[in-house]
Ligand binder design. Structure first.
Ligand code: THU
Length: 122
């Protein structure tokens, strides 16, 4: 589903097509793609698109996400979520949230063993 979601990638600037498929606790799957902008910093990654779609539908409990990215159409190389996406995932997901890449799976804690939680400002 992540590879299929990359079909809708809007990436005229980088040419790097990314898709994500986010599994919610209730079994629903929300897909997303990267959406670039002429003002480059406004680009939204595939993972955040999927998370924002889900949260805007009232869903906040997630189990796993798969991510696929490629500039050639060959999605066999791993595409690791960027730091911004990891932080957005961290907002809703715990250490055991699963991140599925082309060559295996990881826990959120593998990429973010220590992260900002907002506790210090609450
Ligand atoms: N990108 C994603 O959508 N997800 C990632 O995990 C890494 C990067 C996008 C952002 C930009 O449109 C393109 O890939 C190149 O960085």
């Amino acid at each position: 589903m992540a590879v299929k979601a990359a079909d809708n990638s809007y990436s005229p600037y980088s040419g790097f097509r990314v898709g994500a498929a986010l599994l919610a606790a209730d079994g629903r799957i929300f897909t997303g793609c990267n959406i670039e902008n002429a003002s480059f910093s406004l680009t939204n990654c595939a993972e955040r698109t999927a998370v924002f779609k889900a949260v805007s539908e009232g869903v906040r409990d997630f189990r796993a996400i798969s991510v696929a990215g490629s500039s050639s159409g060959d999605f066999s190389k791993r595409c690791v979520p960027c730091g911004a996406c990891l932080q957005v995932l961290r907002e809703f997901c715990g250490d055991d949230f699963v991140i599925i890449l082309s060559d295996g799976w990881f826990r959120l804690a593998d990429f973010m063993p220590i992260s900002f939680s907002g506790e210090s400002i609450k």
